[in-house]
Design a protein around this ligand. Structure first.
Ligand code: COA
Length: 313
């Protein structure tokens, strides 16, 4: 089989989506692997967020694998990486990682991360070839939420004027900068806004932005029907960050309920122990567990004093 790795094009999306579902569905042992992920979407939304950061493995005109990368300022993320089960263990995954790693190198990130399965001996070996090391577990958690009203004091990115949006993006950047030098979530905030995937909730303290949460909800997003998923949430570093984090979680719960969802989903690296504890104390339960792979081996922002919600999937 002759396989070419090339940039992923819009016309590849239906086939790349099928391969993504078959790969994870087979890994999960589903009776009908193609049903993996239900009405969530990762392939189209990630491609639309940055078409230049997606590659496909093309087997004589048929996509048999894909990989995505994301630049969050000084952090680069990889994934999902998926290969059609019919061609596993034939170096397709390795071949997809090569251009993705070259692209990431051009971004000169301080840190590169990815989420993989805990029981994956093959996964750990594959990513280790590219300099990644496993560190802490990542818990994907959820809690039920009640239907509610948003209330007048909840501020959302989508409601800002065209002039107000750049200002809010800069304020969000300052929040993440306080936690990890150069961390910037502009890509995800803009993707949610442009693709109408959900919204970014903005948390203020005495008129100053002290936190935000980029949320997806509904079909065709990373959340799926009935679920609101916090793709990234953070509060500014400072003496009140514990209290502000509770406010951020409360705001996400209200937003989830006000937009007709019955569940709030949020992931956290267990190295962010205070954030993880707070979520458990607020009634979150673990749905699944993965492991964070780091390059280089250092902690990045996965530290005890950092109140960030994300799971690097
Ligand atoms: C994970 C996945 C992308 C790998 O793709 P692939 O094309 O099969 O991977 P490759 O053939 O390029 O590489 C596999 C490597 O793991 C090694 N390997 C396989 N089984 C192994 C094991 N049990 N222990 C150690 N190494 C193992 C292979 O020898 C190979 O390394 P080598 O090239 O040095 O010999 C593919 O299996 C997949 O799509 N899985 C489902 C989705 C998924 O889990 N994605 C990754 C989540 S981040």
């Amino acid at each position: 089989m002759n396989i070419t790795i090339r940039p992923l094009r819009e016309s590849d999306l239906p086939a790349a989506d099928i391969v993504y579902r078959l790969a994870f569905g087979t890994l999960a042992g589903l009776a009908v692997p193609i049903q993996y992920g239900g009405d969530t979407d990762y392939v189209r939304t990630r491609w639309a967020a940055d078409p230049s950061a997606a590659f496909v493995a093309d087997a004589e005109g048929k996509p048999v694998g894909s990989i995505f990368a994301a630049k969050w300022g000084s952090l680069a993320l990889l994934g999902p990486l998926t290969v059609h089960p019919n061609v596993w263990d034939r170096a397709v995954g390795t071949s997809l990682l090569e251009p993705a790693m070259d692209l990431v190198k051009q971004w000169s990130p301080a840190h590169v991360g990815l989420h993989t399965v805990v029981h994956g001996a093959k996964h750990i070996a594959l990513f280790r070839k590219f300099g990644f090391w496993p560190r802490c577990l990542i818990e994907i958690m959820s809690k039920p939420v009640q239907e509610t009203e948003l209330g007048p004091h909840k501020r959302l990115f989508s409601e800002l004027s065209a002039d107000g949006k750049p200002e809010a993006l800069e304020a969000c950047r300052q929040v993440t900068e306080s936690l990890y030098k150069g961390l910037d979530l502009e890509r995800e905030i803009r993707a949610v806004d442009a693709q109408d995937l959900g919204d970014t909730a903005l948390l203020y303290d005495v008129g100053k932005l002290c936190g935000f949460a980029v949320c997806h909800w509904g079909p065709g997003t990373e959340a799926g029907s009935g679920r609101c998923y916090v793709k990234f949430g953070a509060v500014r570093k400072g003496p009140d960050s514990g209290k502000q984090f509770e406010r951020l979680l409360e705001m996400c719960e209200v937003l989830a309920g006000a937009r007709g969802n019955s569940k709030l989903v949020a992931g956290v690296n267990t190295a962010r122990n205070r954030a993880c504890r707070t979520m458990i104390e607020r009634g979150f339960h673990t749905e699944s567990v993965g492991v964070a792979m780091h390059k280089p081996y250092g902690p990045g922002y996965n530290r005890d004093d950092v109140y960030i919600i994300d799971d690097w999937r």
